[in-house]
Design a protein around this ligand. Structure first.
Ligand code: ACO
Length: 391
């Protein structure tokens, strides 16, 4: 099972849409400025009850339906995200639980906007070595929860959403053919999102700032990131093609990270390729970081931009700095899953949630009978209650 083929894909974006005109009423900006500098018209915003994990679950469930794969057959779940609700449990573990994927390993991957391509390569390698037979790779983000809504230079750029693919091992040549993963930590200050270490000591209060920005919000040097992005898209595409013994002429479509249209236009120029070779949907999604490539892939399939035997390149770039490209032969036609079967799947997810709750209660009851403290006894009462409700 040397080759890891994409056999399923799915996306989920929240219903709520925030347009440039909405932003005009919130901050000092204009639809004209945002459209001209970024190409973005609108973005989706997660609802109060939605989290990175629930978006990821919806995308994964749709990808599994296309693949016609039962959740209990899934062996690996990778979630690329920069906006997990918890450091642990990982978002991937929560998705595993929601799906009822009882035989899957699960972990999160942190490589910012390159995360999905990193995850794709990790999963393809695990399949190629025989470690697993299949995997779900998800990019999921709630970026709008980590924005400084007073910083007009960043808050107009991002949106929320999730996209997923199912990979399956096969002896038929194709699938993920070659990848290039790169990083340059010296540019970490150009694009950052502080986490644990930068949480304020309580006495410092909310006025504690990091890098000139409010804590736990994105800080970015837009111009430097622009320069970096246009260069690494071209470099990583060339390098990946060289590894696969191919040239740009063999490529049918490039699905880049959807940061903004000007970066994509500049990269197309650098590669001397027509703009149409690059799929874009950033106009309607904004920058959804690790989710942007799988969401764009789903839209490209829906728009008929990918045909069997096409060669498609995914190319990501972002915080770290990180960048990555993957060349995929798109040669598996999905099975036609009937409506009753799809509905039956949804019922299984309700069952999976019920079973998970029963397991949790069972554990607590066992601890109570045994008289030993529950594993989370060390949490303060308030914390404990809110986490119980969350999880
Ligand atoms: N509305 C109106 N004016 C604005 C806004 C806004 N939303 N944001 C900034 N401005 C103003 C600035 O204050 C500045 O005004 P000044 O000249 O009076 O000081 C002026 O516009 C120019 O600001 P710059 O930041 O220099 O604008 P620039 O032309 O560089 O465009 C942008 C900013 C769009 C972010 C650009 O740098 C860019 O595309 N960078 C790429 C980075 C990117 O897309 N990152 C996405 C996340 S990272 C990733 O996904 C890898």
């Amino acid at each position: 099972m040397k080759y890891a083929h994409i056999i399923g894909w799915g996306k989920y974006v929240p219903d709520r849409v925030l347009t440039n005109h909405d932003l005009e009423r919130m901050i000092e900006t204009t639809d004209e400025w945002i459209t001209r500098r970024t190409g973005i018209h609108e973005r989706h915003i997660a609802g109060e009850r939605e989290t990175t994990a629930t978006l990821a679950f919806e995308a994964a469930a749709r990808a599994l339906a296309v693949a016609d794969l039962h959740p209990s057959q899934v062996e690996l779940i990778i979630v690329a995200t920069s906006t997990p609700e918890y450091i642990f449990p990982s978002t991937a573990c929560r998705v595993q639980d929601y799906l009822g994927a009882i035989k899957a390993g699960a972990f999160d991957l942190s490589a910012a906007c390159s995360g999905f391509v990193y995850g794709l390569d990790m999963a393809a390698q695990a399949i190629a070595t025989g470690s697993v037979r299949n995997a779900i790779v998800i990019g999921a983000e709630t970026m709008t929860r980590v924005l400084d809504w007073e910083d007009r230079g960043t808050c107009v750029l991002f949106g929320d959403g999730a996209g997923a693919v199912v990979l399956k091992g096969s002896n038929i040549p194709g699938g993920v053919l070659a990848s290039t993963l790169r990083s340059d930590g010296s540019g970490g200050d150009l694009l950052s999102l502080p986490a644990v270490y930068h949480n304020p000591v309580p006495t410092l209060g909310p006025e504690y700032f990091h890098n000139g920005h409010k804590r736990n919000t994105i800080a970015m040097d837009g111009r430097q990131v622009f320069r970096f992005a246009t260069q690494v898209i071209a470099d990583s595409v060339h390098e990946t093609l060289r590894k696969a013994n191919m040239t740009l002429e063999d490529v049918d479509l490039i699905v880049p990270h959807q940061a903004n249209t000007r970066i994509i236009e500049a990269a197309a120029k650098r590669l001397k390729l027509p703009q149409e070779m690059f799929y874009t949907n950033v106009q309607w999604m904004g920058n959804t970081s690790a989710a942007s490539i799988p969401i764009a892939l789903c839209d490209a399939v829906k728009d008929g931009r990918l045909q069997p035997d096409d060669n498609v390149i995914f190319v990501g770039f972002g915080g770290g700095l990180t960048w990555a490209a993957s060349l995929v032969k798109w040669n598996v036609t999905p099975p036609d899953v009937s409506l009753p079967r799809r509905e039956w799947r949804r019922a299984r997810y309700v069952y999976a949630r019920g079973r998970s709750k029963m397991k949790r209660y069972g554990r607590r009851f066992g601890a109570w009978i045994g008289g030993s403290p529950t594993p989370d006894a060390s949490l303060k009462d308030g914390d404990k209650k809110s986490r119980e409700n969350d999880l």
